[in-house]
Design a protein around this ligand. Structure first.
Ligand code: PMP
Length: 420
């Protein structure tokens, strides 16, 4: 059994139930009515909401501690540096990385993947191969296509089946002696499929191939242990895990990161600069050119504290139960097709109802206070596989409860009646 499946099952059986009513109180945005209805926020896969603890940490930082980080001699610069570096340590602990040298702050998952594509890309030759999957978000496809155009690398794609699961039968044939990287989403944003990343990483490692996991949709839902996953890179975004937008993380195994050339040049990533040459800073600063998103990192640190205090095991168990409840209820709606029915799934329900266009459905639901996302979810190859233009997607987070699901189901019924 792969590492992620194992950890998910342990968490489900061991966890103590979550007090969701209490948790909802922590999120100011959830206290409002929307279009005259209670707000059922079911769009956390696009961006989660923030608890007051995160919002307060950011204002506290700006009100009391802000200055630029590193190299400053004055007190505020020391405080800002401590806050920024403190957040790095929190993230390290949260994902069980060995060292803070392995934690690079980025703008988000997208920038983290682009960092790898550009830095590692410098070391790839025409004819080298990257394996990815049909389930990927565009941000884990397009950077590799751009690299293919620039450097002549080849892309090989792991296909999916009708349930939206990766088909690994032909995996051996996808590897060759030119394979340099295997990259896969830990959890699919469009379908919620939990991919067998343990198995994939093991297959790659056996052949000396590097691995990059896109953890954008896994990090808010289950405990992540990069050492257990054994991947070389793990990318995620703050805003999917109750943190701010504009901040994310690239975890990179130190031995691998140390061999990569810098990506962006500028302040903070250097030790010395002269016109006869530049020496680069140590890890991870060599990959953080320019003034970073300090407040974003502080907010991310507060999000890590918040999620850790609740416990990722309890969050996973709660979301698992809620997904089962939601799946049961939604599949009872006649004319509704669930898109993505993987055995191992988390937190996402993608669906279509009769001939109702997903955008129409989303608009009708919005009028009833239900916020879902509609469209291709930046995963057009997935939509192509199912022969559809898009889906309506309800996605869950720790603050969702059965009332949200019941409101969703009632709103879908109402939409169906309107189109009848
Ligand atoms: N990968 C996956 C699986 C995602 O769901 C997302 C966000 N929808 C991304 C990457 C990109 O994340 P960001 O826009 O925060 O960089």
């Amino acid at each position: 059994m792969s590492a992620n499946k194992a950890s998910l099952q342990t968490t489900v059986s061991d966890a103590v139930e979550l007090d969701v009513a209490r948790i909802r109180q922590d999120f100011p945005i959830l206290q409002q009515e929307l279009n005259g209805h209670r707000l059922a926020y079911l769009d956390s896969a696009a961006s989660a909401q923030r608890p007051a603890a995160v919002i307060d940490a950011i204002s506290q930082y700006y009100e009391h501690d802000h200055a630029n980080v590193h190299r400053g001699v004055h007190t505020l610069s020391h405080r800002a540096t401590d806050a920024y570096e403190g957040a790095r340590e929190k993230v390290r602990e949260f994902i069980n990385a060995e060292s803070i040298r392995e934690i690079v702050f980025t703008r988000g998952t997208t920038e983290a993947i682009n960092l790898v594509a550009n830095a590692l890309g410098e070391q790839l030759q025409a004819g080298d191969e990257v394996i990815l999957t049909q389930l990927e978000h565009h941000s884990n496809i397009v950077p590799w296509q751009m690299l293919a155009e620039r450097r002549g690398i080849e892309l090989k794609v792991i296909p999916i089946n009708s349930a939206g699961e990766l088909v690994l039968d032909g995996l051996d044939d996808l590897f060759s002696d030119r394979t340099r990287l295997l990259t896969v989403s830990h959890v699919s944003n469009a379908l919620g499929t939990i991919n067998p990343v343990g198995e994939l990483v093991a297959a790659a490692r056996k052949r000396g191939v590097l691995t990059l996991l896109d953890g954008a949709q896994a990090i808010p839902h289950t405990a992540i242990d990069v050492r257990q996953l054994d991947c070389d890179f793990y990318a995620f975004s703050g805003h999917k895990m109750c943190g701010p937008t504009g901040i994310g993380v690239l975890y990179a195994r130190e031995a691998v990161l140390a061999e990569l050339p810098p990506w962006q040049g500028g302040g903070d990533m250097i030790l010395t600069v002269s016109f006869s040459g530049t020496t680069y800073n140590e890890l991870p600063y060599r990959f953080e050119a320019g003034t970073p998103n300090i407040a974003g990192a502080v907010g991310l640190g507060a999000a890590v504290d918040y999620l850790s205090a609740i416990g990722m095991a309890r969050i996973a168990a709660h979301e698992h139960q809620l997904l089962e409840y939601a799946t049961d209820r939604i599949t009872g709606i006649s004319g509704l097709q669930l898109v993505g029915t993987a055995t191992h799934k988390t937190s996402v329900l993608s669906f279509n109802v009769d001939d109702i266009h997903p955008h129409d459905l989303g608009t009708i639901l919005d009028h009833q206070g239900v916020a879902i996302r509609t469209g291709h979810h930046c995963a057009m190859p997935v939509m192509e596989h199912f022969g559809i233009a898009g889906t309506a997607r309800a996605s869950l987070a720790l603050y969702n409860d059965r009332d949200d699901i019941d409101q969703l189901i009632d709103a879908i019924h109402r939409a169906v009646e309107m189109f009848r």
